[in-house]
Design a protein around this ligand. Structure first.
Ligand SMILES: [Zn+2]
Length: 105
């Protein structure tokens, strides 16, 4: 666990931890986050959003699960409709135009 932050991730840190295409998911979670709940880590793993928290009501856990599921159909780079792509050295959820751009790099 490289960068666990004991004070919790701020919204800005969380937004900076994944591509801006997922900003809507992050903002939605922060808008609903109970005050006592701290965000331990936010990252992308195997093409999906991971949002780790300290204890929270079941409802908030369900919101996180929903956002994590949604991230698999949302391009992490631009927020357009995307799909999980593991046919390459990477495993990412990107839209087709972003995939083309990354391939040509
Ligand atoms: Zn895209």
């Amino acid at each position: 666990m490289g960068c666990v932050n004991l004070d919790g991730y701020t919204r800005t840190q969380a937004l900076g931890s994944v591509g801006s295409g997922w900003a809507t998911l992050i903002n939605r979670l922060y808008d609903a986050k109970p005050d006592h709940t701290k965000v331990v880590q936010v990252k992308e793993k195997f093409g999906g959003l991971r949002f780790y928290i300290t204890d929270a009501p079941k409802e908030f856990h369900m919101l996180i699960r929903k956002a994590e599921t949604e991230s698999y159909s949302l391009c992490e780079i631009c927020g357009a409709e995307g799909s999980l792509d593991d046919n390459h050295p990477w495993i990412k959820t990107w839209c087709d135009p972003c995939k083309e751009k990354e391939k040509s790099k």
